[in-house]
Design a binder for this molecule. Sequence first.
Ligand SMILES: NC(=O)c1ccc[n+]([C@@H]2O[C@H](COP(=O)([O-])OP(=O)(O)OC[C@H]3O[C@@H](n4cnc5c(N)ncnc54)[C@H](OP(=O)(O)O)[C@@H]3O)[C@@H](O)[C@H]2O)c1
Length: 350
Amino acid sequence: MAPVRNARVVFNEVPAPNTFPEPGKTTVYDDSETIDPDTVPLNGGFLVKVLVLSIDPYMRGRMREPHLKPRIYASFRTHNTFTNFAVGRVLRSEHSAVKAGDHIYGHMPFQEYAVFADPAYLGSDVFRVLENKECLPWSAYVGVCGMPGATAHHAWHEFAHAKPGDTVFVTSAAGPVGSTVVQLAKAGGLKVIASAGSDEKVAFVKSLGADVAFNYKTGDTRAVLAREGGIDIFWDNVGGETLEAALDAAKRFARFIECGMISAYNAEGYAPKNLTLIVGKEIRLSGFIVGSLYHKYRDQFYKEIPALVAAGQIKYTEDKSVGLEAAGEAIVAVQKGTNTGKKVIVVADE
Ligand SMILES: NC(=O)c1ccc[n+]([C@@H]2O[C@H](COP(=O)([O-])OP(=O)(O)OC[C@H]3O[C@@H](n4cnc5c(N)ncnc54)[C@H](OP(=O)(O)O)[C@@H]3O)[C@@H](O)[C@H]2O)c1
């Protein structure tokens, strides 16, 4: 085969603090490279055609000067290709762990084709050869059956200590993390209060069975929480003023699952003024990074969740963009909330 285009998306420039990434400035699409899939040296590794890439909120935290913040995740390196969770198909392999035709899940570059020759890649926590007995679309494996779904599943099991009849408040409830939490909570017999940023998202959350769903941009979070009674569990994807409102509405011994604080990813964060309530109400506040829970829950997750999704017992929505050219806009959409479901980039068909 003659060489083919091997387009990629480059992290071009660190965005200024408290600003959104800018397509064309932060992210640059580059279609100047080529690759010959038949002859590219594998050096004991394997060649993958990238099929679908995930766009996640945490990517904003990796777009920083490496020395500025404690390193939870490695910073993206400027002028290098972005990487994130993805599904790809193995085209050629010299490695015994994968064979041509396998579909794999792992961190992949924002590029059409990639060679993986580093043995550490196969040993990474997220790497997996996907069986997909349920014949789900591959995109599901970067969303409800991928890292975001695992975030909801693992942390719910670890930190919620949920009992039937408890009340949970879930924020960003239409996204892949929040919508999975809503459904796990309903399956466990809880009352679910859920917030999202548009009427369309609220309608989706209601369709999942949330008892109370509201648009926090047009409604009053404090008024809803006051009306619906105290909360036993708070699933926090947002932080800031919403966290402050949840602390006020919390019951004694409430569990706060601190999953994300997106209100502070692109802006100066708002610091809640009522943190002393954590002491008086004896609130258990659990911050976490999903990777720390993989070892405990991953096998259970892959056994349970794809089957529930295939049976329609766990629902999900996707917001697909086609082609790597769309990655810059997609990254911003997730930060601003203009995405209407799990944001994915379809890089190629089978
Ligand atoms: N701890 C972990 O290991 C872990 C792992 C994965 C994800 N997370 C976190 O989980 C959260 C949800 O992730 P996801 O993948 O499901 O994302 P997502 O819901 O697809 O996208 C993020 C959503 O955040 C909302 N948002 C954006 N800016 C906001 C603001 N200023 N105030 C309030 N809401 C805002 C928007 O929804 P609305 O339109 O509803 O506002 C946006 O759609 C994020 O905070 C993410 O960082 C944590």
